[in-house]
Write a protein of this length. Structure first.
Length: 383
């Protein structure tokens, strides 16, 4: 495992500042899992619909299904202001407020113009990956795909290197809601709002909120999302004059490596299982994780419909109690990032932060070593 040359590090730093190391979004797995969820009373019809057939958000330019919402939300549509991150807010009221700000991005007319182009590009990628999905192979997404999405959303690339960031890469760089405990809290905030909305009698909007929230919940089932400490690593690197350029690189490497090699997840119910993630969602090693994700998404929408049906019979106090019970059930089913990191069966992450110290895993000897700076950590890998 050779170190990168100084020239390579300089190039990596330039790309990091301009967004190239941003995580590339493989969203077919979100759509596939959400499409297998059954929702009641969709489209004004008292029947069950698969998630990709249940329309939950009508916009002037297009109507989106529950599965569309799970796929698009947070990755393509959201508020890129770092102050509007959901999960890292300490106060529930602020998490809910930030969730609503992010959800409201769907009403932005400029973002709606991006949406049609996003979906056209996404569908072409789905077609390209059809063989990989059917044959349990990793999905493929290229730097060009990343730049296409960046340019669709107002950015600019030269030679597949971003020189200005569109909304797509701003979300990738600035949002921490897809990782670690932030993903769990982002989901629970949105699920709680969906339960309240179902109790108020608007089932369709409740399903739309749930679809937005479920993107973060489904991210937590990806190995590279559950234990990668995106917020902490980037905050640590931000304290270095030169190292601040490399936080995104370290996060990407940790994310990609865990998704590819897999780790054991554990939830609050004590259940353990092996998970890969993102591009490796359809591979044979991820089959149990895929099924558990679908079961969790199904439980979320079932809770919403149950409260919608019972709403006339529930007092405000009874609803509050049932809502809290439902949230506890969901939290029990979702992977627990802290418990997962502490499982001795899992090897250390490629990059991690412990008590303010940055660590890297030396794959030559499978040892965890402290690193003095983010720039030194970046030198160990061709990221």
């Amino acid at each position: 495992m050779s170190c990168n040359s100084g020239a390579n590090l300089s190039n990596m730093a330039l790309q990091s500042e301009n967004g190239t190391p941003s995580l590339q979004f493989e969203t077919l797995e979100h759509y596939d899992a959400a499409s297998q969820v059954k929702l009641h009373d969709c489209n004004g019809i008292e029947s069950q619909f698969n998630g990709n057939k249940c329309l939950v958000l009508k916009l002037p330019v297009i109507s989106l299904s529950y599965a569309d919402m799970v796929r698009l939300s947070g990755d393509y549509i959201g508020n890129p202001d770092p102050g509007r991150n959901i999960g890292q807010q300490a106060d529930l009221a602020q998490r809910e407020a930030n969730f609503m700000v992010n959800f409201d991005a769907y009403n932005n007319s400029t973002y709606q113009t991006y949406l049609i182009k996003y979906l056209t590009k996404i569908r072409s990628m789905d077609e390209r990956n059809k063989f990989n999905k059917q044959n349990q192979r990793p999905l493929e997404i290229s730097d060009k795909d990343n730049c296409d999405f960046n340019e669709i959303s107002g950015g600019l690339c030269v030679g597949n290197i971003p020189v200005s960031l569109g909304v797509y890469l701003q979300l990738a760089n600035n949002s921490n809601d897809h990782f670690d405990n932030n993903a769990i809290q982002s989901y629970l905030a949105g699920h709680g709002l969906a339960l309240k909305t179902a109790y108020a009698g608007n089932l369709t909007l409740a399903y739309a909120y749930e679809g937005f929230a479920a993107h973060f919940g489904s991210d937590s089932f990806a190995a590279g999302h559950t234990r990668t400490q995106k917020q902490q690593i980037q905050d640590r690197c931000q304290n270095e004059v030169e190292g601040r350029k490399f936080g995104g690189l370290l996060v990407k490497e940790a994310h990609d490596f865990s998704n590819k090699t897999g780790i054991t997840l554990i939830n609050n119910n004590g259940k353990q299982w092996v998970a890969l993630g993102d591009a490796y969602f359809f591979t044979s090693g991820n089959s149990q994780n895929k099924q558990l994700l679908i079961e969790t998404l199904q439980t979320g929408v079932d809770q919403i419909y149950d409260i919608y049906q019972k709403r006339a019979l529930l007092s405000a106090t009874e609803f509050s109690k049932l809502s809290q019970d439902n949230l506890k059930i969901m939290q029990g089913m979702l992977p627990n990032p802290d418990l997962t990191r502490n499982l001795t069966v899992n090897p250390p992450a490629i990059f991690s932060l412990q008590d303010g110290v940055l660590w890297w895993r030396d794959l030559r000897y499978n040892k965890n070593e402290p690193v003095s700076s983010c720039i030194n950590a970046a030198s160990f890998y061709h990221l």
